[in-house]
Design a protein around this ligand. Structure first.
Ligand code: HEC
Ligand code: HEC
Length: 234
């Protein structure tokens, strides 16, 4: 594994040098340092075992929640069944804000806000996946630059009365009581998490087809309004 990894480092470095890709391709050496934030729960490399979280060898290209020996939340298993596959984009979104991508994930981790740190970390993790040189840096079919979600979108101050009006449609599934059978409660979510989650559906990073359709019809202002309304619901 180690010599394999060295090869990857060399490959990455030479690609970066030859193609001027250094801006888009992360630095796996720096990424190894960023991985310290994950190490209390995840192992990687030769002999890696499942700990609090599953080992992360071969994570690229795998279906979310698919290691039969690991313990997962219902939300992660459902996301995998709905079609969540770990790619550069989805891993990036998950590491940035785990609960905004996966409903009620067991991974209690605040997320890494720095885009460059995430890029480096993912470059490091690629080295432990099969044929890392074949893993595209970005999916050709990617819907959007999720990790570049415009800060202006997060800065929109939602009109909660308008949100209440829009929310009647949501309530057919997401009950006011917060009670749910399979449908997660969304009352009292922090505004930013709510907005990020809705945009993740809108950009089809989160797989659920009904939610993709719901979010796809909403403008940035409408999402902000809904976030403002649901934030204050018990
Ligand atoms: C506090 C412990 C903890 C930390 C820290 C943590 N994780 Fe996790 N991670 C988990 C748990 C628990 C799960 C299972 C989540 C679930 O079932 O919802 C998980 C799941 C994952 C998965 C999905 C695995 C799969 O098989 O689908 C990935 C990818 C992941 N973590 C990456 C990371 C990375 C990268 C970091 C560091 C930036 C990190 N995690 C930090 C506990 C942690
Ligand atoms: C037809 C039923 C249905 C309707 C209508 C609906 N949702 Fe959902 N929603 C779901 C389901 C099912 C999930 C869980 C999907 C998943 O795991 O990603 C979900 C998930 C969510 C989540 C993420 C929750 C989490 O725990 O991660 C948010 C936020 C959300 N919905 C907001 C809304 C808003 C806002 C509306 C109205 C504009 C709406 N939903 C309308 C069924 C619905």
């Amino acid at each position: 594994m180690r010599s394999h990894f060295q090869l990857v480092l060399t490959l990455v470095a030479s690609l970066a040098a030859s193609a001027g890709w250094s801006e888009t391709l992360g630095d796996p050496v720096k990424g190894a340092k960023v991985f310290k934030k994950c190490q209390s729960c995840h192992q990687v490399g030769e002999g890696a075992k499942n700990r609090v979280g599953p080992h992360l060898n071969g994570i690229f290209g795998s279906k979310a929640g698919s290691d039969p020996t690991a313990k997962y939340s219902k939300g992660l298993i459902r996301a995998g069944d709905d079609g969540l596959v770990w790619t550069h984009e989805t891993l990036d979104a998950f590491i940035e804000n785990p609960k905004a991508l996966v409903s009620k994930t067991r991974m209690s981790f605040r997320g890494i806000k720095g885009a460059d740190d995430r890029l480096d970390l993912l470059a490091y993790l690629r080295g432990f996946s099969d044929e890392p040189s074949n893993i595209p840096e970005a999916e050709p079919t990617a819907q959007g630059n999720y990790h570049n979600l415009d800060p202006a979108i997060l800065a929109i101050v939602g009109d909660s009365e308008y949100g209440e009006y829009l929310a009647s449609e949501c309530m057919t599934c997401h009950q006011t009581s917060g009670a749910n059978d399979g449908i997660p409660g969304i009352n009292g979510w922090p505004t930013e998490d709510f907005v990020v989650a809705m945009h993740a559906y809108k950009q089809k990073l989160r797989p659920h087809p009904v939610m993709q359709m719901m979010a796809g019809r909403l403008s940035d202002e409408e999402i902000a309004a809904l976030a403002a309304y649901f934030k204050d619901l018990e």
